[in-house]
Design a protein around this ligand. Structure first.
Ligand code: ATP
Ligand code: MG
Length: 282
C-alpha cells in the first residue's frame, strides 16, 4: 500500500522578475512510496528534490497532477493539518530548526502546538529523545550541542508529533563525519524499529545505498529508480547526469573498464574487499 503518492505532478515557481516566464521545476513526476519504506531521493543541484519534498507535507501544492499522503489529497485545504501531522519535514541546517534553548522544551514544541495534554507531552518527549539516543541531554542547552546532536534533537521534535513518515532534506549536509553517522543510524533505527516511512534526500551515495530504494531526479523528472544495486549499476548514465556512484562501485567499475573481471553491483566496502581478494587470487 503506498503511503506517499505523486501522480503526474508538475510545478512552476512564479518568476520573481517582471515579464519573465514562470520556471517549471517538476515535470510529470509520478512516484509511490510504500508505508514503512526507506527511500533515498538523489539528483544534481536544482533537479527538484527539495521542491518534491515540500509537496509531501503540503508546503507546496502541485501546479498540475496530484499528491496524496495516506490517500489524503494535499490540494484539499481542509486536510492540511491532517497531512502535516502525518509527514514531518527535517531540513538541512540544524540551527534554523531549534525553537527553544533547552533540549526537552525544543522537542515539546511540536506536540504543544498540536494541543496534546501535558502528561502525554512528557511521555512523548522522553520517548522521542530515547529514539534518537539523546535522553541524557533532556535538560541541556540545545545551542551547546554538536551539529549531529542538534540534528537528532530536530528529528526528536518531529518524532514527538508521532508522524507516520519523515522527509529529510539533506539532514547531514552540514555535519562532520561523526554527526553524519549518528544521524544516519538514527534514521535507520526509526525506520526499522519504529516503522516510520523515510524519504531521505542526500548528496552522499554511502547514505543512499542504505535505503530500500533509490529514486534519481534530473531536470525535474525521474531519471531512474530501483534497488540501490540496480540504480548504481548505471554508472555511465549517472555520470552523464553529473551524479556520483558509491566509491566502491566506482573503483570496481574502473577496474572492469581496464579489463579486470569483477562482479557487478558492488555497493560497499565489504563487498569491494571481497571482490578485490578474488581478483588478486585469480
Ligand atoms: N522559491 C523559489 N523560487 C523560484 N525558483 C526556485 C525556488 N526554489 C527553488 N527554485 C528553483 O527550482 C529548481 C529546483 O530547485 P530545488 O530546490 O527543488 O532543487 P534541489 O534538487 O533540491 O537542489 P539542491 O540539491 O541544490 O538542494 C532550481 O532551478 C531552483 O533554482
Ligand atoms: Mg534541495
Amino acid at each position: 500500500m503506498e503511503y506517499l503518492k505523486a501522480e503526474h505532478v508538475s510545478f512552476f515557481y512564479d518568476s520573481t522578475e517582471e515579464g519573465q516566464q514562470a520556471q517549471q521545476v517538476l515535470r510529470d513526476v509520478s512516484m509511490e512510496i510504500k508505508k514503512g519504506e526507506f527511500v533515498a531521493l538523489l539528483g544534481h543541484n536544482g533537479s527538484g528534490k527539495s521542491t518534491m519534498a515540500k509537496h509531501f507535507n503540503a508546503m507546496l501544492l502541485p501546479s498540475g497532477g496530484h499528491v496524496y499522503v495516506d490517500s489524503l489529497d494535499t490540494a484539499d485545504e481542509s486536510l492540511k493539518y491532517e497531512i502535516r501531522r502525518r509527514v514531518g519535514l527535517v531540513l538541512q541546517n540544524p540551527d534554523n530548526q531549534l525553537v527553544a534553548s533547552i533540549v526537552e522544551e525544543d522537542v515539546a514544541f511540536g506536540p504543544e502546538n498540536l494541543g496534546i495534554p501535558p502528561e502525554e507531552i512528557r511521555q512523548r518527549v522522553d520517548a522521542a529523545l530515547q529514539a534518537v539516543g539523546m535522553a541524557e541531554y533532556a535538560s541541556h542547552s540545545a545551542y551547546k550541542l554538536s551539529g549531529g546532536q542538534k540534528q537528532r534533537i530536530a528529528i526528536a521534535g518531529i518524532i514527538a508529533m508521532q508522524p507516520d513518515c519523515i522527509v529529510l532534506d539533506e539532514p547531514t549536509a552540514m555535519l562532520d563525519p561523526r554527526g553524519r553517522t549518528e544521524v544516519m543510524e538514527t534514521i535507520r533505527r526509526l525506520n526499522r524499529e519504529h516503522g516510520i516511512t523515510v524519504v531521505l534526500i542526500t548528496h552522499y551515495m554511502d547514505e543512499a545505498v542504505q535505503a530500500d530504494r533509490v529514486i534519481v531526479m534530473d531536470g525535474g523528472e525521474i531519471l531512474v529508480e530501483g534497488l540501490p544495486r540496480e540504480v548504481f549499476s548505471h554508472v555511465e548514465l549517472l555520470r552523464q547526469h553529473r551524479l556520483d556512484v558509491p566509491q566502491a562501485t566506482e573503483l570496481l567499475y574502473r577496474l572492469g573498464q581496464n579489463g579486470c573481471t569483477v562482479p557487478e553491483g558492488v555497493l560497499n566496502e565489504e563487498e569491494c574487499v571481497a571482490a578485490l581478494e578474488l581478483l588478486l587470487k585469480a
